[in-house]
Design a protein around this ligand. Structure first.
Ligand code: HEC
Length: 168
C-alpha cells in the first residue's frame, strides 16, 4: 500500500513538473517568438474616424473625395500665406522645390520621384482646397503624410500659400 502511495505521489509530481516546465519554456521565449516592431520601422496610419486630442476628424486617404469637399476654414490673408510659406519651406521644399515647381528642383526629389508642378494653372483649377489639405494631412500615392508634423490649421495655411503661387 505504501509503495502505491509513493508511486502516485511520483506520478502526480512528474505531471506537475512537466506542466510547469512547458509553461516556463513557452513563457521564456514568448518575447522572442512574438512578431515585434522596431521603433520607427513602420508608420501606423490612424484608424478611420480617430479624433486626436485637441484635433479634428482625420478623413482617411481612401475617402479623399469626402475630404475634397471640405471648405477651407482659413481666410486667405497675408498672415495666413506667410505661415503657409514658412511651413512649406520647412516641410515641402526638399521634394517640391523652393518655388513649388516640382520636377527635380528639390534636394530629395533628385533621388525620389519627381514631384508635380504645383503652380500649374490646370492642376490648381482641378483641385479643391480640401483635396490638397487631405494630401498634406494623410499623404498621397507616395508622398508622406504630414498630419503628425502639422496641425490641420497649418495645412490650410499651406494650401493658401500654394494658391498664392498659382500661375495666372
Ligand atoms: C518625400 C517627398 C515629398 C515631400 C517632403 C512632400 N511631397 Fe508633396 N508630393 C510628392 C510626390 C512624389 C507627389 C506626387 C505623387 C503622389 O501623389 O504621391 C506629391 C504631390 C503633391 C501634391 C499634388 C497632389 C495633386 O495631385 O493634386 C501636393 C499639393 C503636394 N504634394 C503638397 C505637398 C506639401 C504641401 C508638402 C509639405 C507639407 C509636401 N507635398 C511634401 C512628394 C513629396
Amino acid at each position: 500500500m505504501k509503495y502505491v502511495f509513493i508511486l502516485m505521489l511520483l506520478v502526480v509530481g512528474a505531471a506537475a513538473g512537466a506542466w510547469g516546465a512547458a509553461i516556463v519554456v513557452r513563457w521564456n521565449d514568448d518575447m522572442t517568438q512574438t512578431a515585434r516592431i522596431v521603433p520607427g520601422e513602420r508608420v501606423f496610419p490612424m484608424p478611420p474616424g480617430v479624433v486626436p486630442r485637441d484635433g479634428e476628424l482625420i478623413v482617411p486617404k481612401e475617402q479623399r473625395d469626402v475630404a475634397a469637399k471640405r471648405p477651407n476654414p482659413v481666410k486667405v490673408t497675408d498672415a495666413s500665406i506667410a505661415i503657409g510659406r514658412e511651413r512649406y519651406v520647412t516641410f515641402c521644399v526638399p521634394c517640391h522645390g523652393p518655388e513649388a515647381k516640382g520636377g527635380i528642383t528639390g534636394l530629395v526629389a533628385t533621388k525620389f520621384i519627381p514631384t508635380p508642378d504645383l503652380t500649374n494653372a490646370e492642376l490648381q483649377k482641378q483641385r479643391t482646397d480640401g483635396y490638397w489639405h487631405s494630401y498634406i494631412v494623410v499623404g498621397g500615392a507616395v508622398m508622406p503624410a504630414y498630419g503628425e508634423a502639422l496641425s490641420s490649421q497649418e495645412a490650410w495655411h499651406i494650401v493658401n500659400f500654394l494658391r498664392s503661387v498659382a500661375q495666372k
